[in-house]
Design a protein. Structure first.
Length: 391
């Protein structure tokens, strides 16, 4: 199969911006291998024991997704700070960084509701709703939730920079922006009717949305959520939102590809959008494989927790030993022995007991493979292999 003239194309004449074309613009035959790899990864992921860890996985994806898309836009919260911010009462949020987190979460929730609504279609109203959620209460002069741009001549909008392929001046006139968004929505409907895979449709909508750049601010966040919505509607759970972390990790490629595709189209290349769609498929495969690995790890943890609880209930380990293993599990990463001993809970457990008792408890856990230590003297839960602990 190749990019034939029968694939939906749309050329629009605008009042001031000039002609603008929507085209699939990818070499379908070349993409077949990567499409198959994504679909195979998805089948394997779906066959894993998701039900056992669905809530934990959903939370982790939410944190990583909000962190990823926020960081792309210049935010400075760490993943741990993002996690804490998600638990704040939305009505009490005041700091700008926390407002951004709250807003992206609200946009994700709108995306999931929309994608799961029978008969839902991409629409201008949906784009404006997403933008309203993403930009709600943000203290910026150009923050206009839900309103399309209509630049006065003395205030042009430009995007991009020299390191990422140059500066681009998107449509400025409000009527042109509205015409192009209506065109994008209608063209996407044609792609659906033509049976174009959502794995191709979603990144194409993302790409053209960013080239139209219809809002004063928040276009990147809206575009990534729109892409995720289309994938979620097609049945892909977790992975669509996890893509934001991949884009953040590959931020320079991500930004440069918008300009690369735009310039390739201007030269009249047959496949101007191929690089961006291929990048998207690479990211989707990577995040699905990561999610699969994380599910397997979570299941290992659940089985390990059950094993440890069984040993405690049977009297094979004491309350102190059980608490130490639980603390390692809660910590979620390597724990230096000095840090464990400095913990108030640990000190309270051993108050009045000798150092010999402390050593005996640790030795018993090591001999039972309930904990491990690496060559740096750090402790790990027992389900971590010696090789992993040594990394």
């Amino acid at each position: 199969m190749n990019s034939a003239p029968s694939l939906p194309r749309l050329r629009l004449e605008t009042d001031r911006f000039g002609p603008f074309s929507f085209a699939v613009g990818v070499d379908m035959a070349t993409l077949e291998v990567e499409l198959t790899r994504v679909q195979d990864a998805w089948r394997m992921f779906n066959a894993s024991p998701l039900a056992q860890v669905a809530n934990r996985l959903q939370r982790e994806v939410l944190v990583q997704s909000v962190f990823g898309t926020n960081t792309i836009e210049g935010a400075h919260l760490t993943e741990e700070e993002t996690d804490r911010s998600l638990d704040l009462d939305p009505a009490q949020v005041q700091a700008e960084q926390d407002i951004r987190v709250r807003n992206i979460r609200a946009a994700y929730e709108l995306a999931v509701r929309s994608a799961e609504t029978p008969g839902w279609e991409l629409s201008l109203d949906y784009l404006c709703q997403l933008h309203t959620e993403i930009c709600r209460d943000l203290p910026h002069a150009d923050n206009r939730p839900g309103l399309l741009r209509d630049n006065p001549r003395e205030r042009p909008t430009v995007v991009g920079d020299a390191p990422h392929g140059g500066v681009y001046k998107p449509p400025q006139y409000g009527r042109d922006i509205r015409t192009l968004l209506d065109g994008l929505i209608g063209w996407h409907r044609q792609l659906v009717q033509a049976g174009i895979s959502p794995l191709i449709r979603a990144p194409l909508v993302h790409l053209y949305f960013e080239l139209i750049h219809p809002f004063w601010d928040g276009n990147g966040r809206v575009g990534r959520v729109v892409e995720a919505t289309l994938l979620r509607q097609a049945g892909y759970k977790y992975a669509p939102f996890a893509l934001a972390k991949f884009y953040q990790e590959q931020i320079h490629r991500y930004f440069a590809l918008f300009n690369q595709c735009r310039k390739t189209a201007a030269r009249g290349d047959e496949y101007p959008n191929h690089a961006f769609v291929a990048f998207h498929l690479e990211g989707l495969r990577v995040v699905i494989e990561r999610l699969h690995g994380r599910v397997n790890q979570m299941v290992h943890v659940l089985l390990f927790e059950a094993q440890v609880r069984g040993l405690f209930d049977a009297g094979d380990i004491n309350q102190r030993q059980y608490a130490i293993v639980r603390q390692l599990l809660e910590h979620g990463r390597a724990l230096p022995m000095t840090t464990l001993r400095a913990d108030p809970r640990y000190q309270a457990m051993y108050q009045g007991l000798t150092d010999k008792t402390r050593q005996r408890d640790i030795r018993r856990l090591l001999e039972s493979d309930l904990i491990r230590h690496d060559d740096k003297g750090q402790l790990w839960p027992g389900f971590i292999t010696s090789r992993e602990a040594g990394k």
